[in-house]
Design a protein. Structure first.
Length: 357
């Protein structure tokens, strides 16, 4: 059975889980946030990243650290950077989306990043982060369409070693098999947790190393980018591709990056953009924009789609990804500043020479 559910279940609802855990969406240094220093996560920004949840249960984050108010990931998931010995609280809302009374239990369970995917463990497997996490209340009998708020507390031990850890906060409800039927359904929805532990500040970044044009085995034109996580936090990659300067001055897009790529610190992986089947082969000028949280990078490349299914052609990079323009501008400004200082010194020397004569 896929998606990390217990294999002993005879039936289950996966829609809520997939909607709650699919990536939609890097932060700067942060300190521990208490509820008084948190902002509401139920904003338009958060709503733009949330996906419809057709399941029996719903769960959503109600607050986030003030320092992460511009980070869309932190409005959907618990994303934080803490020093050892720190305790934080967050609040989540659980909703019963059915006309039935349901027994709901809340618990944290382990998660990892496996093969560039955020992967949650089966059942209620634990790790270090889940051992630091408590949810109150842990159980509730919910009436039809009822909602309630639970408090999540994460207490990092003083002895915690540096590193990023992952978990999922689950809301779970089971329905009893009907008379004459041995099939029961367990429905659960969850919120991801990304917690980085370190005494210093955090650093999140990624780099686009290569862009290629491809034609899938099924004949679908694609743009594939190879990305490396150069920071100390996991990145959930999303973005879009715009095509221009095509045959006859054609333009196309935007096409959105296929969701689901999560790179651990130091990890490498690819993101894929499926484009329209009817597009000419090219050449095209493609502008790929990627982001994870507050970190954004773009790259421009000249590309031509291959004609043979299952083949890939490297694109010619026209503009380096990331903040290259900023560095170039800063470098140019530094050169101008040095020239200005030299000219001023030369002018002063000339003035002194003239006065002496």
């Amino acid at each position: 059975m896929r998606h990390g559910f217990p294999r002993t279940l005879t039936g289950l609802s996966t829609a809520a889980v997939l909607a709650a855990l699919s990536p939609t969406s890097a932060p700067g240094p942060a300190t521990a946030a208490t509820p008084e220093r948190a902002v509401s996560a139920s904003s338009a920004s958060a709503a733009s990243f949330a996906q419809p949840d057709p399941g029996l249960l719903g769960i959503r984050l109600l607050d986030a650290p003030v320092v992460r108010r511009d980070d869309p990931r932190a409005l959907t998931y618990i994303v934080d950077h803490l020093e050892p010995g720190t305790t934080i609280e967050r609040h989540v809302e659980i909703s019963n989306k059915t006309p039935l009374t349901r027994e709901v239990k809340l618990y944290p369970a382990a998660a990892t990043i496996t093969e560039n995917r955020f992967t949650f463990a089966e059942g209620q497997q634990q790790n270090a982060l889940t051992g630091w996490t408590t949810i109150q209340p842990g159980h509730r009998k919910m009436g039809p369409y009822e909602r309630f708020t639970a408090t999540v507390r994460i207490k990092v031990p003083v002895t915690a070693k540096p590193g990023e850890r992952y978990a999922v906060l689950w809301a779970e409800s089971a329905s009893q098999p009907k008379s004459g039927d041995n099939i029961g359904i367990i429905s659960r929805a969850g919120i991801r947790t990304y917690l980085d532990v370190a005494n210093g500040g955090e650093y999140s970044d990624f780099r686009v190393d290569k862009v290629s044009a491809a034609l899938s085995k099924k004949g679908r034109p694609q743009v594939v980018a190879r990305v490396q996580n150069t920071g100390k936090r996991a990145v959930d990659l999303e973005g879009k591709l715009d095509l221009e300067d095509g045959p006859g001055a054609l333009k196309a897009g935007p096409y959105h990056v296929t969701p689901g790529t999560t790179l651990p610190p130091g990890g490498r992986g690819t993101v894929t953009v499926n484009v329209g089947r009817g597009l000419p082969a090219g050449p095209w000028t493609g502008r790929l924009q990627l982001r994870s949280g507050e970190v954004r990078h773009s790259v421009t490349a000249k590309l031509t789609f291959p004609q043979a299914p299952g083949t890939t052609v490297s694109a010619q990079l026209l503009k380096a990804a990331g903040n290259s323009t900023w560095y170039l501008a800063a470098g140019g400004a530094a050169v101008l500043l040095v020239l200005a200082v030299l000219l001023r010194r030369r002018s002063r020397r000339r003035g002194r020479t003239g006065a002496a004569s």
